[in-house]
Design a protein around this ligand. Sequence first.
Ligand code: ZN
Length: 329
Amino acid sequence: MSLTELYLGVDLGRSTRTAIVDGDGRVHSLGREPSRLESANDLVDGLVEFVNRTIRDTSGIGTIRSIGFGLPGLVEHPSNRVVMLPNLADVSEIDVAGLLSSATSLPVVLDNDANAAAYGEWRCGAAKGRSDFIYITLGTGIGAGIVQGGQLQRGARGFAGEFGHLKVTAQGLECGCGSSGCLETIASGPNIVRRTRERLFSDPAYSYSALAEKMRGRLTCEDVVEGAVSGDRLARAILAETGLFLGMTIANVVNLMNIELVVLGGPVMRDNDVLLDAVIHEARRRAFGPSFEACEIASSALGDDAGVIGAAIMARDAIHGSLDVAGRP
Ligand SMILES: [Zn+2]
């Protein structure tokens, strides 16, 4: 009896996540554990160990044919190397995909995590059947994957889609990328929390906000989103401002690319219709009318699993030749 052919998706962030999917894209299992962030070598060692354990645990239900691997950095497409991984560790001297491939004896498809998530939404989520869209993920960082003319767009060296590092102000804060004034310094999860804390300290009008009580513990972005949904004035003001910057930047993309769909995903967008509505309001106000009318703005269908499921589906399609992958002539 031949065992089911399976594909392993890996999504590296502050946690490492795994997904096992079959040839039809059905998800068999999901896994997650904290990443080892002490050094680049620890990060890679922890990753290899977790992946090998996941493969062993899967041996009873099928055979893994290939691995798709997404991470939040610049992945050079022709060479299959990570050039920058700003929020985690400097792995630019390590051939991460090559190491993972030799440690598992499996082919590894490496890509930016937002590209992987865009691919997941494209093949089995909110962008299924579309050919011109952008997927934007909002979490610790902000990234995007772009599909135009039915092709994932990577640019000249694979670095396209850095939506979070579009400049939205000339006088902004320093960003993890080394520049300043990036959208990420305003609209990422940690920066939504930072702005909420600053507003609580600086504006006495908000001292009665329920979020002031949360400040005694650890205020999170989920607290701000929950506050906004339940009508907290401060939380709503912070998300309205976040929506203004995001919607303005999306209007630029709509005008520039005439896309038919914007998919918003990542942990910041989870159960966050307040932010989605603010983004749509601002994008409508700022984009060309006909371009905006041709474009839908929607929430992700796969949610936080888009990246890891997308990575697994990339692994499947690369094996079957329907995805152009790094390292392939
Ligand atoms: Zn930046």
